[in-house]
Design a protein around this ligand. Structure first.
Ligand SMILES: Nc1ncnc2c1ncn2[C@@H]1O[C@H](COP(=O)(O)OP(=O)(O)O)[C@@H](O)[C@H]1O
Ligand SMILES: [Mg+2]
Length: 344
């Protein structure tokens, strides 16, 4: 998170002005514009830190993560992970790069190959990454299954994904993500398709792995109430941009962007026992990412919109307090514009 976190040697992931645009084709050919899924995102993540990324569905969270994992080519900008520049990484180096990032996606059943046993699913990344000794592979599998608390191991290994519950399937996905001992875990809405009763367990499991392995974690969600399981930092995305970033307790205690405030009103507790009534998300539709609104992208939905400014000029990031930055003209002293301190 650039100047929010002190730049230091242990920065693991550094993202500078990242853009991920998808080209739209007219009738399969002919240029018809771009979906600007990620449009100028900058932050740093340190080894061992957990960061939550929140925002409504369609705001670009998965596109950002796929770019970090080397699955989406950035249109513009730079990603540096563990001193490797992604744009210059190819072949075996790219495989090594990817092996250092574990990925837990939303839909565990869709993520697991249905005709493979759990043993094969967990053995495959080890084989691909050159661990030739079968006993060593089995030792790693056993260790990882213990860590995700799926036991007895000899009963789990011969099973197929459909024989497991949703929560157990997600534990296998987490085991697969952990088996190469990554430095970064990207968890993209890891509990949103699970029953409320197992959500908290899975979040606690991820948190435990983060602590025991000194893992960096990016936890992506559209539900703000779950982020307290992942503490250090949080950023909020809206329409391809990061609109607010802060230390977790700073943001939860004092949300400043009108969009973040609306999101916080809309979130509910994931623990079924404390479930609140889910209120409406901010009124209005998320904007088109092909032709985003001019000025601030949130201006058509914002109750504080200042005509002539917010609908005209894109706001810069304003540094509003320690560990807190907001992309909103309300925080410009005198609304003169241009006093923001961070490039976008
Ligand atoms: N491969 C793709 N080609 C074209 N558009 C895409 C592609 N992937 C995602 N998008 C679009 O990019 C936007 C952001 O999507 P996504 O990154 O999946 O958001 P989120 O994960 O926040 O829901 C959406 O409008 C989506 O339709
Ligand atoms: Mg997504």
């Amino acid at each position: 998170m650039d100047d929010i976190q002190e730049k230091s040697k242990d920065v693991l992931l550094s993202i500078q002005n990242l853009h991920v645009w998808y080209e739209l084709k007219k009738f399969g050919f002919g240029h018809a514009g771009f979906v600007k899924a990620v449009d100028g995102v900058t932050f740093d993540l340190k080894q061992g830190d957990a960061m939550a990324c929140v925002g409504e569905s369609g705001c670009g969270k998965s596109s950002l993560m796929k770019a970090i994992m080397g699955l989406n080519r950035p249109t513009k900008g730079e990603i540096v992970f563990d001193n490797m520049k992604l744009t210059e990484t190819k072949g075996n180096d790219l495989r090594e790069y990817r092996s250092k990032i574990g990925y837990v996606q939303q839909d565990p059943f869709g993520a697991l190959p249905p005709f493979m046993s759990i043993q094969r699913i967990l053995e495959e990344p080890l084989i691909i990454n050159g661990i030739k000794d079968k006993a060593e592979r089995m030792r790693r599998i056993e260790k990882t299954l213990n860590e995700v608390k799926l036991t007895p191991i000899e009963e789990v290994l011969p099973k197929y994904p459909h024989m497991l519950s949703g929560g157990q399937q997600q534990r296998i996905v987490i085991a697969r993500a952990m088996i190469l001992e990554p430095q970064l875990l990207v968890a993209d809405e890891p509990v949103s398709m699970l029953d409320a009763s197992v959500r908290v367990e899975i979040l606690k499991l991820l948190r435990g792995l983060q602590e025991s392995h000194n893992l960096a974690v990016i936890y992506i969600t559209h539900d703000l109430s779950t982020v307290r399981y992942f503490s250090e930092y949080i950023f909020v995305m809206y329409a391809g941009e990061v609109i607010e970033m802060a230390k977790m307790e700073v943001l939860l205690g004092n949300p400043q962007h009108p969009y973040t405030q609306a999101l916080m009103e809309a979130s509910a507790d994931p623990d079924a026992n404390n479930a609140l009534v889910i209120r409406d998300v901010p009124p209005g539709e998320p904007p088109s990412l092909v032709n985003p609104p001019s000025g601030c992208r949130f201006n058509p939905r914002c109750k504080h919109m200042m005509p002539g400014l917010c609908d005209v000029k894109r706001p810069p990031m304003f540094h509003t307090e320690d560990n807190h930055k907001v992309l909103c003209w309300l925080f410009d002293e005198g609304h003169k514009g241009g006093t923001g301190d961070a490039p976008r």
